[in-house]
Design a protein around this ligand. Structure first.
Ligand code: GLY
Length: 254
């Protein structure tokens, strides 16, 4: 069993305690027998509820001052659930988790909000963060005792982007990827991540023989230094995190 968690590329190390707390919650669940999906989602909920992070309650604001969030959950059994441009939901990762069990993969905007409401999630005003956001996205990758791997991510996006803009977080292969023996989540400037299909290509490097750490460095090397990027990943044998900027992250494994 293992779980790796991040609090956003570009975020200060001063919030490392929040990432450690989230990792402890996910690890305790795994230790008690929870499946990888439950552990990854619960870990991300902890970070969404901590307003120091750019997700859920602390999500950054759009050009008009509104808050819109994106989230994704995937399992290497082939299921994927994503939401985009979701408003008035404190824990968008929980909506993505519900979508995961539907016969569609993605919901956006009003449809996502209506769906959340129909599934018993009560909308609430999400004020978001007043500060121009320096850190980005939160995420977790967990592997449970059965060997299943799940990835969960949540974000307020990038401060100052327009209403309706969707970044990499719900972008399959870009912002997240999981397949047999691997799970990867990205953080950073979404457009740069999506355009390079970052998580899928990093997974291909592992399939071609690189270690997890080498593959993450391969991914970071696709970018100039001023494009803030981070990655976390698990394989069947190791966990890793890497960023070209400050990125609080934590790993628990047995
Ligand atoms: N990485 C989050 C975003 O660009 O929206």
């Amino acid at each position: 069993m293992r779980i790796v968690v991040h609090g956003g590329a570009g975020h200060t190390g001063e919030v490392q305690d929040g990432v450690e707390t989230a990792a402890d919650v996910g690890w305790k669940l795994l230790d008690e027998g929870a499946d990888a999906i439950s552990a990854a989602v619960a870990t991300v909920v902890v970070l969404e509820d901590d307003s120091r992070f750019n997700a859920g309650t602390g999500a950054c604001r759009r050009t008009d001052g509104s808050v819109q969030t994106d989230a994704a959950v995937a399992c290497n059994d082939g299921r994927l659930g994503t939401v985009a441009a979701l408003e008035d939901i404190a824990n968008p990762v929980q909506v993505a988790r519900l979508v995961m069990d539907e016969d569609f993969d993605a919901l956006a905007g009003k449809g996502a909000l209506d769906y959340a409401r129909s599934r018993g999630i009560t909308p609430a005003m999400v004020a978001g963060s007043e500060k121009p956001w320096a850190g980005d996205t939160v995420g977790a990758v967990a592997q449970d005792a059965s060997g299943a791997i799940a990835v969960a991510s949540s974000t307020g996006g990038v401060s100052g982007r327009p209403v309706g803009r969707v970044g990499d977080t719900p972008h399959w292969g870009g912002g997240l990827w999981t397949d047999a023996g691997i799970g990867i989540a990205a953080t950073g400037i979404g457009e740069a991540i999506s355009r390079r299909l970052l998580c899928f290509r990093v997974a291909q490097q592992v399939a071609d023989g690189l270690s997890l750490a080498e593959a993450l460095e391969w991914g970071l090397a696709l970018y100039p230094a001023d494009v803030c990027i981070g990655l976390i990943a698990l394989s069947d044998s190791e966990g890793a995190g890497a960023s070209n900027a400050s990125m609080p992250w934590a790993l628990r494994q047995d």
